[in-house]
Design a protein around this ligand. Structure first.
Ligand SMILES: [Zn+2]
Length: 101
């Protein structure tokens, strides 16, 4: 298991452009194990990927995306807090002008 982090997750399309399909292995080594395969051509240079491995990768991708979104959200909250403060100060200045004239 060397490529489970950079592995791209669920293969939705083959490099040839064909959508992938899900099939079930009938070999003695992997009975009933499902896999993604190119929907057009079975062979080299066309997608073959075990479904459990693809889903494991996909979960890792979603986890890191979620972590990035959480980080962005925290930054946005901080920026909103700072903007509110700035607006409050601007309003104070405007009101002090208004009281002078
Ligand atoms: Zn293909």
């Amino acid at each position: 298991m060397d490529n489970h982090i950079e592995g791209g997750g669920i293969p939705r399309k083959c490099e040839c452009g064909a959508p992938t399909i899900i099939l079930e292995s009938k070999t003695a080594q992997n009975p009933g194990r499902r896999f993604y395969r190119c929907g057009e051509i079975y062979g080299p240079n066309h997608v073959f990927k075990w479904l459990d491995e693809a889903h494991h990768e996909e979960l890792g991708i979603l986890r890191s995306q979620q972590a990035m979104i959480a980080k962005d959200l925290a930054e946005i909250k901080t920026e909103i807090g700072e903007l509110k403060k700035d607006i409050g100060e601007i309003i104070e200045v405007l009101e002090s002008f208004r009281s002078k004239f």
